[in-house]
Design a protein around this ligand. Structure first.
Ligand code: AMP
Length: 283
């Protein structure tokens, strides 16, 4: 595995692959790798001739009150895990490399960036689309892999790719979960033992919603209310949102119709730790 931190070094490593038209596949991450990331890296290796993984805790997607400085980091462990999963090139740029002094350019996918997560994190997706576009330009992958765990991010990145005619295919892989259903996340380490145990209620509530819909419930409001009751039964929880939306447009659906793919995204705080999860359901 090659590890590099500068764009020019990365270009030198990738040049022979580009020149021979070999397939570069990119997995963008913020590091502190877990099985959710590793499945993306294994898939990148399977799909491409060269699997590139980036590790960059992107400051522009955190607001000043969020956890940028505390975000868990363990580069040595990440290097070992990435290599074992099949990473060929690990790109670990510095803030200065990607956002040099005087940096001014951002990209926004309007409307989609201000609903759901965007209501609670108004500048988040602008940071995400900006860094993803920058990484696409730097790495020039044929395919980039993302996780369903960050459902809205996946929808927005796909929209940016379509709207800007970017020459990259986006593939989304399913959410990898712990044994009790909690979606794997680098932020799970923030949870106390009690919160960690309570947090499985998120998956349970999503499964509950799926069952309700499968057995004929069509009223979104009723489903959301029952999910809220389940989650609020756990101590120290605060729900930012639970919604039922169209999986492509992210528009709210008050009635669940047949023959649609719907997305139920949620964000819940357990103490100071904010977790997100979602489920995709085809009716
Ligand atoms: P992050 O390091 O949190 O920015 O995540 C990097 C990529 O891994 C994103 O595309 C995430 O959606 C994906 N990812 C994170 N957690 C999971 C998970 N539990 N299952 C599947 N993909 C995940």
């Amino acid at each position: 595995m090659n590890t590099c931190s500068s764009i020019s070094e990365l270009q030198t490593i990738l040049l022979p692959f580009r020149n021979t038209n070999r397939k570069i596949v990119l997995v963008p991450t913020m590091g502190f790798l877990h099985e959710g990331h590793l499945q993306l890296i294994r898939r990148a290796k399977e799909l491409g001739d060269v699997a590139v993984v980036s590790i960059f805790v992107n400051p522009t997607q955190f607001s000043p009150t969020e956890d940028f400085s505390q975000y868990p980091r363990d580069i040595e462990r990440d290097k070992q895990l990435a290599e074992k999963a099949g990473c060929d090139v690990l790109f670990i740029p510095s803030n200065e490399e990607l956002y040099p002094n005087g940096y001014l350019t951002y990209v926004d996918v309007y409307e989609m960036n201000s609903v759901l997560e965007g209501k609670f994190r108004p500048t988040h997706f602008r940071g995400v689309t900006t860094i993803v576009l920058k990484l696409f330009n730097i790495v020039q992958p044929k395919v980039a892999l993302f996780g369903q765990k960050d459902a809205q991010q996946s929808v927005i990145v796909k929209k940016m790719v379509r709207d800007l005619h970017l020459p990259v295919t986006i593939e989304i892989l399913p959410t990898v979960r712990e044994h009790d259903g909690l979606a794997m996340s680098s932020r799970n380490v923030y949870l106390t033992e009690q919160q960690r145990s309570d947090a499985s209620v998120l998956f349970q509530s999503l499964q509950f919603a799926k069952k309700k819909i499968e057995t004929g419930e069509t009223n979104s409001h009723r489903i959301i209310n029952e999910m809220k009751t389940m989650i609020e039964a756990k101590k120290d929880t605060a729900i930012d949102y639970i919604e039922i939306v169209d999986s492509e447009t992210l528009q709210h659906l008050s009635t669940i119709e047949k023959g649609k793919t719907i997305l139920i995204p949620l964000a819940v705080r357990f103490g100071a730790t904010r977790l997100i999860d979602n489920i995709l359901i085809t009716t």
